[in-house]
Design a protein around this ligand. Structure first.
Ligand code: TRP
Length: 364
């Protein structure tokens, strides 16, 4: 596959199957981008080891599940390159060099790491590899020298670190003047672009459940048990939607404001997935006035979600009956990914004057 399109890269940690939050946060973006960009989708299996090194079989299964989810969702393996992080050694080699370009304290100031330490109750007991993963993610990205990185909001701190390390590398080893504007780095002789994040249409999809302790609805997430998965069948979607939390108190006419989609997941879902804006506006009005109840609105949502998921289910069936095909897709993708990453590593070594030999890498 030769390609003069611009590259983009993004990735997922294989810790479970994809749900609707992933769909609107990033899958949708990827589907839209795969025609116009040379897309690299990394499955970050080593990152999964940061918190579940004791569950390798689960990680392996999840790698296959995520790849299957992407293929089912319509990622076309002839257009986009899906690959396995641990089979691209150039990423690790870059990680080591990049780790020298950032103070340890700076890595630990990353708010996403801090959140993870808190949420997963890691305390002081996280491994050395845990903060290292943030630098590893910088290498995941820069190995591909992409123009853009589509991610969810929680990933922005990692992208900021990527920008910092890229600037530092370019200044230190490529002679780029520190006054250079981010957009002018490549023109100024940089190896690494100063990448731009691209956020999804919906930054944070709420889950099916009631609000958390602070009164706000929680984000959709596997661990909170409030998710609709891309792999859920029609009956499950129906059960989940019909049983989902709504709070009528928050939607009466007496509520002075608009219906607040952050407070009523039913409307958050309609606003996210229902293409008929007029219907949504009209029904919200009726709902506020007590003329229509939850059940009718939920039924319509079931139809909409199942219409979205049905083609995904059909494609999934094809892949589930041929599991080796998924691995073949990953193998072909990993080969292509290595071509790019090896080239980047060689160029980086040249910049750092550590280009003693050349080598060829082969995935068998
Ligand atoms: N940390 C990301 C997540 O958990 C996954 C990831 C790994 C990633 N490497 C990446 C995302 C590179 C974007 C670019 O979702």
């Amino acid at each position: 596959m030769t390609n003069d399109k611009q590259r983009i890269l993004t990735g997922d940690t294989p810790t479970g199957k994809l749900h609707l939050g992933h769909y609107v946060g990033s899958v949708e973006n990827r589907l839209a981008l795969q025609d116009d960009y040379d897309c690299y989708f990394l499955i970050a299996n080593k990152h999964a080891f940061t918190t579940r090194a004791d569950r390798p079989a689960e990680i392996r299964q999840s790698v296959i599940d995520i790849a299957t989810d992407y293929l089912a969702a319509g990622i076309d393996p002839n257009k986009a390159t899906m690959f396995i992080q641990s089979e691209v050694p150039a990423i690790d080699e870059l990680t080591f060099f990049f780790a020298m370009l950032v103070p340890f304290n700076r890595v630990m100031r990353n708010p996403t790491l801090k959140d993870e330490i808190r949420d997963k109750e890691l305390g002081e007991n996280y491994s050395f590899g845990f903060p290292l993963y943030a630098v590893g993610q910088v290498a995941d990205i820069l190995a591909f020298r992409p123009v853009m990185v589509p991610v969810g909001e929680d990933q922005l701190p990692h992208l900021e670190l990527t920008r910092e390390i890229a600037r530092r590398f370019n200044q230190m080893y490529c002679g780029v003047n520190p006054q250079t504007q981010d957009k002018d780095y490549l023109k100024a002789g940089a190896l690494f672009p100063i990448i731009e994040p691209k956020l999804g249409r919906v930054r944070r999809l709420v889950g099916l459940g009631p609000p958390g302790q602070n009164g706000e609805l929680l984000k959709m997430s596997k661990s909170l048990n409030n998710a609709i998965f891309l792999s859920d069948d029609a009956d499950i979607v129906q059960k989940k939607v019909m049983g989902m939390y709504t709070d009528p108190k928050r939607l009466r006419v007496s509520d002075p404001g608009e219906t607040d989609p952050t407070r009523n997941p039913l409307w958050a879902f309609h606003e996210t997935f229902n293409p008929d804006r007029q219907w949504v506006a009209d029904q919200q009005e009726a709902y506020r006035n007590g003329k229509v109840g939850d059940v009718a609105i939920k039924r319509r949502l079931v139809e909409i979600l199942n219409a979205l998921l049905e083609p995904i289910r059909q494609r999934r069936k094809q892949y589930e009956s041929r599991p080796d095909d998924v691995l073949d897709v990953l193998k072909a993708g990993t080969r292509r990914a290595n071509v790019v990453a090896e080239e980047t590593l060689q160029l980086a070594k040249q910049s750092m004057k550590q280009d003693y030999f050349t080598r060829k890498l082969a995935i068998e």
